[in-house]
Design a protein around this ligand. Structure first.
Ligand code: ZN
Length: 391
């Protein structure tokens, strides 16, 4: 078992864009209650309360004028037109009262996770409300206002002088984090996602390698629509350990968006919950080998609030802790979930093999992804190792 902390309290549910918005904070509460029901959150586990990030901390990566606008628009009755230049007041990022405080609390939650790991108090920490990977220096985007990820990464760099490997397997490209650190060779950005040909934000192609000194430190693996577990995992396992060996990180920041699931309403991948357990397990092995086990983990996307997110992130949590998660979900918990959701819900943490029909083009999707993975390796590894070798 590994010492692992959860960063959580109910105040984190205040990050909400309203009842009709896909990012529903109920998914966080359900994850915590399922972890408790499964015995994965007993008294031995440190649960750390979040604190709001200060304005100075937000300014580690965000423009002061952007923070000022977010604060102004957080007050009811503010003129919404001021927000449009900064990505606020859109369908994805509507203006809601109190949004500065809610977003600053999430940034602070991921900072608490980073502090706990860097101080040596724990080896790993999971900031489940974090993972807002689309936020940019001076622009909200894709349900994200402040980049908790980038704030925590920059804080760890400045305070502890560490090299950070950022791994993002959310179905959407981690464009905000990539953009903020695009010229930074101290942060290796690695994103596996559904190809931008089919999905927001439309970026994350293999030739986005970074700029200036950061050339070679942005790694993108755009996967074909309808990709399933085996192909996703193969690409991940073929790249992540090699990249870590070449880069030698001091700490890994892991974004655990679970919207690649076949039941997710916003994306077109066909993965199952078991994939997340496997990917996190690979990351834990890599962290143990190269950076004393240190992982700062966050949540991320995931819009199947009842049928996927609590199961997916319970598996992520158990794997980060290094404990085996049981498979059966307790009956009492399921009964309450059925009442709340008004629908049938899966009864095991891991989806049964072949419970979903296979992708009709499985062979060609796998081949396309393999080609992509090899092309990425060929471009990036020589840049990271300086060997000039083609693999
Ligand atoms: Zn996503």
């Amino acid at each position: 078992m590994t010492s692992t902390a959860l960063v959580w309290d109910e105040r984190l549910s205040s990050y909400s864009f309203g009842p009709d918005h896909p990012l529903n904070p109920r998914r966080l509460e359900l994850t915590v209650s399922l972890c408790r029901a499964l015995g994965l959150l007993d008294e031995s586990v440190p649960v750390l309360a979040p604190r709001p990030a200060t304005e100075e901390e937000l300014q580690l990566v965000h423009a002061p004028e952007f923070i000022k606008i977010v604060k102004q628009l957080s007050i009811p009755g503010a003129d919404p037109r001021a927000g449009l230049l900064y990505g606020l007041g859109t369908d994805d990022d509507p203006i809601v009262p109190g949004m500065h405080d809610a977003a600053a609390l999430i940034a602070g939650a991921t900072l608490v996770a980073a502090e706990a790991v860097m101080s040596g108090r724990v080896q790993r920490a999971f900031s489940i409300a974090g993972g807002l990977h689309h936020a940019r220096r001076a622009e909200a985007a894709g349900f994200c206002i402040y980049s908790d990820l980038a704030v925590a990464i920059e804080w760890m760099k400045r305070k502890h002088g560490v090299r950070v490997m950022y791994i993002d397997y959310d179905a959407h490209h981690g464009d905000g984090v990539q953009q903020i650190f695009y010229e930074d060779p101290e942060v290796l950005k690695v994103s596996f996602h559904e190809s931008g040909t089919y999905l927001f934000p439309g970026t994350g192609f293999i030739d986005e390698l970074g700029a200036g000194e950061g050339h070679g430190y942005s790694v993108n693996v755009p996967l074909d629509a309808h990709t399933e577990d085996a192909s996703f995992r193969h690409c991940f396992d073929e790249l992540v350990p090699q990249l870590a060996e070449a880069f030698r990180p001091d700490v890994i920041v892991l974004q655990n968006g679970c919207d690649s699931h076949v039941l997710d309403p916003l994306t077109h991948l066909r993965c199952t919950t078991g994939l997340y357990e496997q990917l996190v397990s690979t990351v834990c092995e890599v962290a143990d080998q190269f950076c004393n086990g240190r992982i700062v983990a966050t949540g991320g996307g995931g819009y199947a609030v009842y049928s996927v997110v609590p199961r997916a992130w319970s598996l992520v949590w158990a794997t980060l802790r290094g404990v085996a998660a049981p498979d059966a979900i307790p009956d009492d918990w399921l009964r309450e979930l059925r009442i709340e959701s008004g629908s049938a819900v899966p009864v095991t943490l891991r989806d049964a093999p072949d419970v979903f029909p296979p992708a009709p083009r499985r062979a060609s999707i796998t081949e396309t992804n393999d080609k992509t993975m090899r092309a990425v390796r060929q471009r990036v590894l020589p840049l990271l190792t300086g060997w000039g070798l083609a693999f």
